[in-house]
Design a protein around this ligand. Structure first.
Ligand SMILES: Nc1ncnc2c1ncn2[C@@H]1O[C@H](COP(=O)(O)OP(=O)(O)OP(=O)(O)O)[C@@H](O)[C@H]1O
Ligand SMILES: [Mg+2]
Length: 240
């Protein structure tokens, strides 16, 4: 089991989830992907799992609840006048899936501490109940160091084991802050980057996406990403 969380919404969790799923499926593993709470999508419209299906060609997909308003799952359920999703039920469903799958990936909604109900259950609770490590999708640009540090501190505080940082969208022409952030993200995480997906990966076809995923995720996630080479290529040159 692996939880994919992020420092915020829109940081590339879905693309990271699809990349991990694509690599696992390509080496013959059975992979299920779970989106406990999908918000901001009307019934019948494509959600995050449809992106995973399109990119990773994985079909074992499980959306537990959907709320149309683009809000946290707790707020969206409240506005829809329906009971919130119970993450305890989701945990039971994931445990059952894990009995017959090699890998179960779980994509949160928004960032780590987004609430699923009015009692304040979060994806961090779910990860801890499951004993699953959490991979953190992060932005590369100015502001990411604070968001990443806060997310990792909150994970440590809640007993969630980190599985590494993956930059969700690395542009072709990174600016100074992005280049400089590589080293500082690694310092904050006290480990090398677990990957960096190229900007544009989300619109590749499945064969191209698999190649990109392999290049962009570290060996622990089934790819060939080399964080030292990435740092050498993109890290800023020191001042003369
Ligand atoms: N590497 C990438 N290449 C191309 N597009 C990307 C990439 N990463 C993210 N995107 C795009 O950026 C947007 C936000 O990314 P994504 O939906 O993966 O974020 P998220 O962290 O999963 O957000 P949510 O909280 O809504 O689940 C999407 O439109 C997605 O297609
Ligand atoms: Mg998503």
């Amino acid at each position: 089991m692996l939880v994919v969380t992020g420092t915020c919404t829109g940081v590339g969790k879905t693309v990271v989830t699809a990349a991990v799923a694509a690599l696992a499926a390509a080496r013959g593993a059975s992979v299920a992907v779970v989106k406990p709470g999908q918000t901001g999508v009307a019934p019948g419209e494509p959600g995050d799992l449809d992106d995973v299906r399109r990119l990773a060609a994985v079909t074992d997909l499980h959306e537990c609840a959907r709320f149309p308003d683009p809000l946290s799952p707790a707020a969206a359920a409240r506005r829809a006048g329906v009971p919130p999703l119970r993450l305890a039920d989701v945990a039971a469903r994931i445990r059952a899936l894990a009995e017959t799958r090699d890998l179960v990936l779980v994509e949160g909604a928004g960032g780590l501490l987004v609430r699923y109900d009015d009692e304040g259950a979060t994806i961090a609770d779910l990860a801890r109940w499951l004993g699953a490590a959490a991979l953190v999708a992060v932005r590369p640009d100015l502001g990411t160091l604070n968001h990443t540090a806060l997310t990792l501190e909150a994970m440590a505080h809640r007993g969630v084991q980190p599985a590494g940082l993956v930059i969700g969208r690395w542009p072709q022409e990174p600016d100074l802050a992005m280049r400089s952030n590589i080293r500082d993200l690694e310092t904050i995480a006290a480990r090398p980057l677990a990957g960096a997906l190229p900007a544009g990966a989300g619109s590749l076809d499945p064969a191209e996406f698999l190649v990109a995923a392999h290049r962009s995720l570290a060996p622990a996630l089934g790819g060939s990403f080399d964080p030292a080479a990435f740092r050498d290529t993109y890290g800023p040159k020191e001042n003369p």
